[in-house]
Ligand binder design. Structure first.
Ligand SMILES: Cc1cc2nc3c(=O)[nH]c(=O)nc-3n(C[C@H](O)[C@H](O)[C@H](O)COP(=O)(O)OP(=O)(O)OC[C@H]3O[C@@H](n4cnc5c(N)ncnc54)[C@H](O)[C@@H]3O)c2cc1C
Length: 550
């Protein structure tokens, strides 16, 4: 939405497409915590300090150009959103900012308890609706970006309600289709985050960077069922209150893995993930395959003081923290890698841009909390602005014949009988389990090799003869088929990259290569060449910016 706004105010006519409802799908609306920007409202801060923290978390492989842009532009976007009525939480007139893990300053803005993402999405929706040159089209899943002579010229989509193929002519295309957490059976995101931006970019001829770096969140909510609340909401409360992590026998266990909770739950993320998964493996997990997080040792008044109105929303979900623990466990949460772009958000394909979580590199091997929404706002604004500039200068190379293969694909599927009896969603489930078990928080060459072999087999055999319902309207099989096609391509990119990085760094943990290796201070680049995924390496563009003393 920010990209659309920026493109429109720079003179473009924009079509904003979403496979879900525009402004209501994806991760943004689910995010309930904070947005990081060095606006110095709570205490003196500077974007170079934000950059230093981002680089430290990114473990030496942040793309210097992108991380500088992220940290320098974030304050501008926060202020612009404020003018648009985002209603950031305030205290004595200034925007309130809190410290989040890894940030050296009170830098993270929020709206109110659990309302940040919905408020960000709502603000952008209102702004989009005020701009006459932005047309919105919901329920259209983009299946292909069309490229002619190395130039993006449009796209093909599937109207998921009517079952019609739709073609789009465009002088510039921006991929802002979010992350890939749907590749994993355990994920914190909504169902429409199938990693399609990465697959669309690869098929169009663009490069991906650092796809091995999937961020896993150690204590995401598993059970009991939690409706309308952020599954990763427990993190700030564990810091504030000291929730106890207990295994299935209600025993503390972090100390067995070299960590220490010492009354407060402060064990670092990778150690906590490791310890939890090891307890589960040893048969000491909680019923839903995680461990317990317990606040019941704390007085009710203290809980109420810290949780505020959240405690009532938990009660409405049947969760009384004074009496019961909840179950938590590691879950796929965010993708640090992604489409490779320059500072103008241009991919290597002329006229093809990327924005938001779809972009890789800014956060290196690990992302600080609050940096992802900033990234969506900052990169969105730039992608829209530079795409509009491009659109002013190019003549359209559109030709309806370019869309013919993609259109024929849909028509063929609509007529397809499929003898296997297996529906695409069944293979999606298999793939998600495969990725969780073998390319999840802890990886080995054996497991990665096995999952790569199975992905190849699915692509070559199982995928070619799937059962597709003949319904024209609301044909979920058809939608799932296209999603699965992209999921397989993106999963292969993650696994291939994870195999090639034979070290552990940030979110990429190899049990067979547990240490970081200085020779891997480099970025991994993937590209499709003649249908084959190729792996290359490129030196990290290190930021040379010095921290400004304040
Ligand atoms: C539960 C949760 C909590 C989080 N909390 C925070 C937080 O507190 N702070 C923070 O900084 N970050 C947080 N994050 C991460 C952050 O929310 C995301 O990285 C960010 O919002 C991504 O924004 P985006 O615009 O790139 O993508 P999204 O908001 O995910 O939007 C992508 C859109 O693309 C659409 N789409 C996908 N594929 C297609 C296709 N083929 N055709 C058409 N449309 C398509 C989707 O329907 C979706 O609407 C959280 C994430 C989750 C899941």
């Amino acid at each position: 939405m920010y990209a659309a706004i920026a493109a429109a105010r720079n003179g473009s006519s924009v079509l904003l497409l979403d496979k879900s409802l525009v402004g209501r799908g994806g991760a943004t609306i689910m995010a309930q915590m904070t947005v990081a920007a060095a606006i110095s409202h709570q205490e003196p801060d500077h974007w170079t300090l934000h950059l230093a923290d981002t680089k430290e978390a990114g473990r030496d492989i942040c793309d210097g150009v992108l991380s500088e842009i992220l940290c320098e532009d974030a304050p501008k976007r926060i202020h612009e959103m404020d003018q648009w009525g985002a209603h950031w939480a305030r205290e004595e007139g200034h925007i309130k900012q809190v410290v989040a893990p890894g940030h050296s300053r009170s830098r993270c803005c929020y709206v109110d308890f659990l309302n940040t993402g919905p408020a960000v999405a709502g603000t952008l929706r209102r702004q989009v609706s005020k701009m006459e040159t932005i047309k919105r089209l919901s329920n259209v899943a983009v299946t292909d970006v069309l490229v002619h002579d190395g130039q993006a010229v449009g796209a093909v989509g599937l109207d998921v309600i009517e079952g019609e193929v739709v073609t789009f002519e465009a002088k510039a295309v921006i991929l802002a289709a979010g992350g890939l957490t749907k590749l994993y059976s355990r994920n914190s995101a909504s169902t429409n985050m199938a990693g399609e931006a990465y697959a669309l970019a690869l098929w169009a001829g663009a490069e991906l960077i650092d796809m091995e770096f999937v961020q896993f969140f150690p204590i995401a909510h598993l059970a009991p069922r939690l409706v309308g609340m952020d599954p990763i909401m427990w993190d700030p409360f564990r810091y504030k209150l000291g929730g106890r992590l207990l295994n299935g026998n209600f025993e503390e266990f972090i100390h067995l893995y070299g960590g220490s909770d010492a009354g407060k739950y402060t064990a670092v993320r990778d150690l906590a993930s490791y310890a939890i998964l090891k307890e589960v493996e040893a048969g000491r997990g909680s019923p839903h395959g995680g461990v317990y997080l317990d606040f019941s040792h704390l007085p009710e008044a203290e809980l109420r003081g810290a949780f505020g109105p959240v405690i009532d929303r938990l009660l409405a979900n049947g969760i009384d923290l004074t009496k019961m623990p909840i179950e938590v466990g590691p879950t796929a949460h965010y993708q640090m890698g992604g489409v490779r772009v320059n500072g103008r958000m241009e991919t290597s394909v002329n006229g093809l841009y990327a924005a938001g979580e779809a972009v890789g590199g800014a956060n290196g091997a690990n992302r600080l909390s609050g940096n992802a929404i900033s990234e969506a706002l900052v990169f969105g604004e730039r992608a829209g602005r530079f795409a509009a500039e491009q659109a002013r200068h190019v003549t359209s190379a559109w030709n309806a014949r370019l869309a013919a293969p993609a259109v024929d694909q849909v028509r063929t599927l609509q007529e397809h009988k499929g003898k296997s009896g297996v529906h695409p969603v069944t293979l999606q489930s298999e793939l998600k389990d495969l990725m969780w078990e073998n390319a999840g928080p802890f990886r080995t060459a054996d497991k990665l090799t096995m999952s790569l072999a199975r992905i190849n087999e699915i692509q070559r055999h199982d995928f070619t003869d799937l059962a597709i319902s003949r319904e024209r309207q609301f044909n979920l099989d058809l939608q799932d088929w296209f999603e699965l096609r992209a999921m397989l391509t993106t999963a292969k990119a993650v696994v291939t990259a994870a195999l090639a990085r034979t070290e552990s760094r940030g979110a990429h943990q190899r049990l067979d290569f547990p240490d970081s290796d200085a020779s891997f201070v480099k970025n991994q680049v993937l590209q499709l060449k003649n249908g084959r995924l190729t792996v290359g390496w490129t030196p990290v563009v290190q930021s040379q910016v010095k921290v400004v003393e304040i």
